[in-house]
Write a protein that binds this ligand. Structure first.
Ligand code: ZN
Length: 384
């Protein structure tokens, strides 16, 4: 029997985390935070004390998957923390923005606990085999497949099966599939969204602000935009590092993105807004230079295009609500046909969805009746 504890991201967006145990070894996959939540709700709901966790695996460095790392160290977690080199490189920027500052100062993730692996590697914890593969969501981002006693649970983490930019490795067949349900039943393919964004940006070529996360979607936006643009200067190193991870990218993409990045103009917080599109992180206006850029743009009636998840009450959400920003989704999670295909290819297993609220799960359930919609953070799923 495999037991899966749902510790965050079920019936909600954020603080994504599960724990898997065969009764002897207990591993935890992801430790996210929930933007907009306060107190304990900001962190995963740990089913067992950290002293019982034998190993921790991190899928990628977005805040809703890694933001609670300092919290775990503070609680006394002293075991291995598995992540890819790219996640390791991006982790400090995410923790600087989303970890409790006092925790980050006193309980930074110790180097001695971090174990690096390549996407595609198979790792072990006790009798648990943990397969990994590129998830197509960000450079260095992975899915996890946990196998023991002939049973397998696949945790998709964040995933893009048909990204124009990133390569995804197919999932193995499994008994339980935990899908990235962020987009529910949204059927619009990435190519169509990308051309809508390209058209919007062309119509605002003389100046607009494009808030984006530092990794993942920023490369998708760069691939979609075919005219001169500026970036916040601090993004350049992180973008160059992602582009240099050529094995994570679709064929020919590294060269195209490298050329665009070389031509991008540097912008600094405090400069006047450039008379061309400006990419700036984060994507929600919650942290990073986007916070300042959005506020200046708003005051000057400068066009803003948001393209991702906007937590309630975030600066991005407030701008969209008052009609001061447009919003076109740039897919960085599976669309409906993609999730249906993942489930078919996995052998039509039992299926849960993470990273969305109840309504979005219900929408997906209409197209994927096998999806179990009643499971929430704090509950346990038994396989076998
Ligand atoms: Zn993500």
């Amino acid at each position: 029997m495999l037991q899966v504890d749902l510790q965050g991201g079920f019936g909600e967006k954020g603080r994504t985390s599960i724990a898997v145990t065969d009764g002897k070894t207990r591993i935890m996959l992801d430790a996210g935070i929930k933007v907009g939540a306060v107190g304990d709700d900001y962190y995963p709901l740990l089913a067992r004390p950290v002293s019982e966790i034998d190993a921790l695996f991190i899928s990628h460095a977005h805040e809703d998957h890694i933001g609670a790392l300092c919290r775990l160290v503070k609680l006394g977690y002293g075991g291995p923390i598995y992540m890819t080199e790219e996640t390791r490189a991006e982790m400090p920027a995410t923790l600087a923005q989303y970890a409790d500052p006092a925790d980050l100062h006193r309980f930074p993730p110790p180097d001695a606990q971090i174990r690096l692996f390549r996407p595609g590697a198979t790792l072990r914890a006790g009798a648990l085999h943990v397969e990994t593969g590129p998830s197509g969501h960000v450079v260095g981002g992975v899915w996890f497949a946990v196998t023991a006693e002939g049973l397998r649970a696949v945790y998709a983490a964040d995933m893009v099966p048909n990204s124009a930019v990133f390569h995804m490795q197919p999932l193995p067949p499994c008994d339980l599939l935990i899908l990235d349900a962020s987009y529910g039943a949204d059927p619009v393919p990435g190519t169509e969204r990308a051309s809508r964004i390209a058209a919007w940006v062309s119509a605002h070529a003389d100046g607009c602000v494009l808030p984006t996360p530092l990794s993942g979607r920023s490369l998708e936006l760069m691939a979609a935009i075919d005219l001169p643009f500026a970036i916040e200067s601090g993004m350049r190193g992180a973008l160059a590092a992602q582009i240099s991870a050529t094995e994570a990218l679709q064929a020919g993409m590294a060269e195209a993105l490298e050329r665009k990045l070389a031509m991008a103009i540097n912008w600094h917080v405090g400069d006047s807004l450039p008379n061309c599109p400006l990419m700036v992180h984060d994507g929600m206006g919650v942290a990073g230079p986007a916070r300042a850029a959005i506020s200046v743009a708003d005051a000057q009636d400068h066009p803003i295009l948001l393209s991702g998840h906007l937590p309630e009450g975030s600066p991005g959400a407030l701008l969209a609500e008052k009609g001061r920003a447009d919003w076109i989704r740039m897919p960085t999670h599976p669309t409906l046909p993609e999730n249906l295909a993942l489930w078919e290819a996995a052998g039509r297993p039992a299926v849960l969805g993470h990273s969305c609220d109840r309504q979005v799960l219900d929408d997906l359930h209409e197209h994927l009746p096998a999806l179990e919609t009643a499971f929430r953070t704090g509950q346990t799923y038994l396989i076998g």
